[in-house]
Design a protein around this ligand. Structure first.
Ligand code: AGP
Length: 602
């Protein structure tokens, strides 16, 4: 977890910056750096590894400057190198800044800035902000920062200084904590109160969209309410050459899963590192029960999470639709935590349930894709998916991202409890393989398109699964309903014989999710019951399983992985099947009738 420190006042900045970085180093870091201006010349020193390596480069007494900034970095975008350590600067070594958070649209911004002639010296998302500020700098740093941040999407806590607008620190935050310490004619900026305690009597906690202008004499705070720059939004929400956002978002799942994994897995120690849960990490050790609250597709993700958390973290877990949680008698206690899962972070049913739970004093954590959304701010802590904006109404990449984050959370909680190092390493390693396995799964797109052609005229479908893949049966059915308006029903495979099988005949196909897992044999029995009634069956099976071909009408293969991670793969053929059936039936893929992307009403 990164740490920011800034100082402006009468004392020498360097010793205060180093003291602050030492106090923030407990958060975990792999490089550090500071910058001050001496006679108008930037002195920017960085080092990888321990803070001592940076200290060895600094002759503290040599630098008399009264203002500067520093940072301890925990690598997310870009490896652990001196070039990637903060502070970062612009082309002219005028603008210097340190940053906590993740800039989601940094690739598009960087490409644009490179086209405009900017030269980059690191692989980080942070450096993009320095060049953006340079682009708008005309003497007043705060103005340039304001213009630059309107183009940025993601979470940030920033401290910025400029050679050509000296004796000033600009601090800004959006969804990543940043505080300002107020001393006697001196001010400090930090991401952690520990860093400023010795120097400040009062603190100001910046709020989202606030920009502070700090000089040795005073501080003023601007509330940035300007609308975001549509130009970047437009670029961002282009279909990237795909006919529909839904197909683009299905096909970009290797990246939407892979990119946020960077910095979140420590395979050698079998650990998951979720920065947004750092502040509640100790409290999570005492959680005895989890209530997952979500709606629609997010609820299906929660149902997979229930199996993960119970099997690998040993935590009794219940999943509830937000619309139900609020109105039923809750048997809750102080050891129960709420986990809200939401792509948009604005779903009224989920939000209402969170407010209800908070009134009862429950700790609420979130798994949210939309940075800065209401649910992300209402929960006590949480994890951003960072899957990028999901435009298609039918949720696809957000869903597989939710499953991935739930697997990371299971690893984190499991290793706080009885999970062994070996098991942790095994799960962490397999999670790191998921993006490539997703890519392999997507290779069956052409075959699935043919299956859609073959099955598009049926009017009813059953989707069946067991254990980890029961929620995928529910999700596959929902995808088909949403996109093609056909009737589809997801159900536990074992429930078929308790009534549903009355529906089965040659006009009622079934999608059976039967990977080679702990319940495969049971699934085969259920498929045989359906075939005995002449029901057509499409099986989702594990690569290499030739036997299943003798039993069913069509097979779509997925790669082998851990049972708990299989849902991330088994859902993909169902997403594509729904897409192509809907397309062949002439439906409005990205804006299906009656549906909204974010259901902000009860
Ligand atoms: C999913 O395809 C649907 N669009 C819908 O069920 C959605 O998952 C549900 O409304 C919850 O939305 P959220 O994840 O933004 O809270």
């Amino acid at each position: 977890m990164c740490g920011i420190v800034g100082y402006i006042g009468k004392k020498k900045a360097v010793p205060i910056l180093m003291d602050g970085l030492r106090k923030e180093s407990y958060r975990g870091y792999d490089s550090s750096g500071i910058v001050v201006f001496e006679q108008g010349k930037p002195i920017c020193l960085k080092a990888v590894g321990k803070l001592e390596n940076l200290e060895n480069r600094i002759q503290t007494n040599k630098y008399g400057s009264g203002f500067g900034i520093g940072h301890v970095r925990w690598a997310t975008h870009g490896g652990v190198t001196e070039a990637n350590a903060h502070p970062h600067c612009d082309c002219k070594e005028n603008i210097f800044l340190v940053h906590n958070g993740i800039i989601e649209n940094y690739r598009q911004l960087r490409e644009k800035l490179v086209r405009e002639g900017h030269k980059f010296s690191s692989d980080t998302d942070t450096e993009v902000i320095a060049h953006l500020i340079e682009k708008y700098f005309q003497g007043k740093l705060e103005e340039a920062v304001r213009k630059a941040l309107r183009q940025v999407k993601g979470a940030y806590a920033l401290a910025v200084i400029a050679r050509d607008d000296p004796e000033k620190i600009i601090a800004a935050r959006f969804s990543s904590p940043l505080i300002i310490g107020v001393g006697q004619n001196e001010y400090l900026v930090a991401s952690d109160p520990n860093a400023i305690a010795p120097y400040a009597q009062k603190v100001i906690a910046l709020e989202d969209n606030e920009i502070a202008i700090i000089t040795p004499k005073d501080i003023s705070i601007l509330k940035e309410r300007e609308p975001q720059d549509l130009e970047i939004e437009a670029e961002e929400s282009e279909k990237g050459g795909y006919p529909h956002f839904m197909l683009k978002e299905i096909m970009e799942q290797p990246e939407s899963i892979g990119s946020p994994l960077k910095g979140r897995l420590i395979i050698a120690q079998g650990l998951a590192k979720l920065g947004g849960l750092e502040t509640v990490k100790e409290k999570l050790k005492n959680v005895k029960r989890l209530n997952i609250i979500a709606c629609g597709t997010a609820r299906h993700a929660g149902l997979v999470g229930e199996y993960m958390l119970e099997e690998y973290a040993g935590i009794p877990t219940e999943v509830e639709a937000g619309s139900e949680f609020r109105y039923r008698k809750q048997i809750l206690d102080k050891n129960t935590a709420i986990l809200a899962v939401s792509q948009s972070g604005e779903t009224a049913d989920t939000l209402g349930a969170i407010k209800e739970a908070k009134q009862k004093g429950m700790m609420c954590i979130g798994i949210v894709n939309a940075v800065g959304s209401t649910i992300s701010r209402e929960t006590d802590a949480g994890v951003y998916n960072h899957a990028g904006p999901e435009i298609g109404v039918a949720s696809t990449k957000a869903f597989t991202s939710q499953l991935t984050v739930l697997a990371l959370l299971t690893l984190l909680l499991g290793r706080q409890r009885g999970m062994s190092l070996v098991m942790g390493q095994r799960i962490a390693k397999e999670i790191s393989r998921i993006p490539e396995l997703v890519k392999k799964t997507l290779e069956s797109e052409a075959q699935i398109k043919e299956l859609a052609e073959k099955y598009k005229d049926f009017n009813n479908f059953a989707y069946i699964g067991r254990k980890y893949n029961l929620p995928i049966a529910l999700e596959g059915a929902l995808k088909l309903k949403e996109i093609s308006y056909l009737h589809a029903e997801g159900m536990p495979a074992g429930e078929m014989k308790h009534g549903q099988i009355a529906l089965i005949d040659e006009n009622f196909p079934t999608v059976a999710i039967c990977p080679s897992d702990s319940v495969y044999e049971k699934m085969v029995s259920n498929v045989e019951e359906i075939k005995a009634r002449k029901g057509p069956v499409i099986a989702i099976a594990t690569q290499g399983n030739e036997d299943i071909k003798k039993l069913v009408d069509d097979v779509i293969y997925i790669p082998k992985t851990l049972e708990m991670l299989t849902p991330i793969l088994s859902v993909i053929p169902l997403q594509l099947f729904a897409y192509y059936v809907g397309l062949l039936r002439g439906c409005d893929i990205d804006k299906p009738r009656n549906l909204a992307k974010s259901v902000t009403v009860e």
